[in-house]
Design a protein around this ligand. Sequence first.
Ligand SMILES: Cc1cc2nc3c(=O)[nH]c(=O)nc-3n(C[C@H](O)[C@H](O)[C@H](O)COP(=O)(O)O)c2cc1C
Length: 196
Amino acid sequence: MRKTAVVYYSKYGTTKKYAGIISDELGADLFEARNIKFRDLKDYDTVVFGGGIYSGGIGGIELITRNWYKGLNEKKVICFAVGIAADSEENRQQCLDINFKRRFVTDAEEDHGREDLSASELLKEKRLPIRCFFLPGAFDPCKVKGRDKFIIGITKKMIGDSPEGKYLLDYFNKGCDLVDTGKIKPIIEACLQHHI
Ligand SMILES: Cc1cc2nc3c(=O)[nH]c(=O)nc-3n(C[C@H](O)[C@H](O)[C@H](O)COP(=O)(O)O)c2cc1C
């Protein structure tokens, strides 16, 4: 019998909700990322990690990326990220590049003779091979306080009046609830497949 852990990092509860449903469906143990250490995952064959997206970063993802070559790469690891930005190919790639990079700068020696590749392509090549799904989140402007409120203010200024950012500006101003629990199905299926 495979042992599965579902670990989540959630500031406002959306990711927690998804993680709870996923762990129920899989009969898995559920942990809040803040309460565990990597060693607590050693007896699990499958680890599902979910984190809210905050300014492009998946909350708590270091638990996975920092420990990837310390044994996590031998387990089945499935991540999911919860955000309100449109689920486009461009946004997905950007999120993967930000969160699963192996390092910021390219290694000059290793990349010798690869001048044909742009810096961003090299960065993509160096991404950790971690599977990540994207789930739609929620945002309530009344619940955001302190530093997050400040960050949202800056983000809104950066979006400005760009037409492609209009929907996000509306979400940040008026709030949104895009949560769709039907979207967890591919995550459950990926967990139940036998190969890593
Ligand atoms: C400070 C802050 C920054 C955010 N930045 C992003 C972002 O870069 N991309 C995105 O898609 N959603 C962003 N969001 C929206 C959250 O990802 C969304 O609210 C998500 O549901 C949060 O998960 P949680 O409820 O588990 O905390 C941000 C929310 C906050 C509060």
